[in-house]
Design a protein around this ligand. Sequence first.
Ligand code: FES
Ligand SMILES: [Fe+2]
Length: 448
Amino acid sequence: MATAVEKVTPVAPPPDNEADKLLPGRHTLPASWWTSEKVLDFEKRAIFAKAWLYCIHSSRFTKAGDYFSFNFLGWNFFVIKTKEGSIKAFHNICRHRAYPVVRKQQGSSTILGCKYHGWSYDTDGLLKKAPHFDKIEGFEPKDNSLYEIKTHISRQGLVFINFDNTENATPFEEFFAGLETEMDEYDFTDYEYHMSYELDGQFNWKTLMDGYQECYHCPTAHPGLNQAFKMETYKVVPKGNYCRHYAKIVQEEVPIIDDNGDADQESSWFGFGKKRDISKAEKKENPGGSFNGLWCYLFPTNGVNCYSPAWYSIRVLPITAKRTILQYDIYTKKGATEAQKKEFVDFLQQVEIEDYNLCEATQKNLNNGVYNTGYLHPTKEKGVLHYQGLVSKMVKNHYELEKAAGQAINPAALTGSRNEEAEELEKICSGIECMGSNPGEQHEGLEW
Ligand code: FES
Ligand SMILES: [Fe+2]
């Protein structure tokens, strides 16, 4: 099989647009958007319930019944390989009384049994057994199957889900138009799962994205990264709901040479400039020199970053307005030695912890009520401007929708199983929620 290095020809970034250099900068969104729980609640309905979210790579599923469970802002769900070999996603909610059907982060079972009252489902989410319900009039197992979530598996095996349950849900091909073709530049089949790790940060999800979407900070904040790439070539190119990042690897043009002039002894496997020993075989196929990387930010909270020796994904999980969990999955090149894998992981973790520290310190100041907005560079921070623009557009659109409807609209809500009585009681509940804590007091419309 062709290796990634032989197959891949990363495209060059589009040339600079001279007119861009004359653009005025713009300000960031106000700091309150980084601190308010109500804004995060609203973003959940306006953005996260409508976007395509990356979960996992299909190579992690080897046999029918393999599953991985996730939690995104309280939405519990799992992704499973069916008996027919496809990959499906379901809300991790038993249709009986809402107990979670799978309890582990990862497992394998072709029958999923709920540990509350013993209902069980197959890998297609169909209800197969409901103890003592067989003779109950009007009870239809097919109407009590697990709630399926929209999925898209890219031809590279990247698994995405979308919580939007409305008829207005945006198809994947529209939401990420062009992404799948772009990803063809990289041979995902030549890589295998290596490891995952997680960071728990005291900052808003956008604080991380602000840093992710520009490399203006790299010369100051990432000394290691700065050695690995030609920072002057770093460019973020917005492509709708994703942005591609481009930069040239230094090693391509400037081999790392030690004091004795022996490049083979000092050159790291993929040119990040760390001193280490490598065997002759390894140095011959040094792949870092031919691939400048395929790094994509996937709006709103994901990234897929492909290098020669490995690729990794990042899932950014907002927990509260001021707390976010970052999950990294790393897939290394097949046949890579433990030392080569370690070199990549060390490099990645160093850069990520540098970003993490920037975020924690920044968020403290965003929280303190002094700073409001800052001025962004029109080209160097173009990616930040772009994604913040997407945030504000989606929030504004949804705000108008809710204002017109006079109530909160949650596109992820599952309303299919409601009956007339449930509808009536739901209305009473909304009425109660609209009342203030003091009797007689009425909130006027939405709270923000
Ligand atoms: S909640 Fe699952 S069987 Fe009752
Ligand atoms: Fe960074």
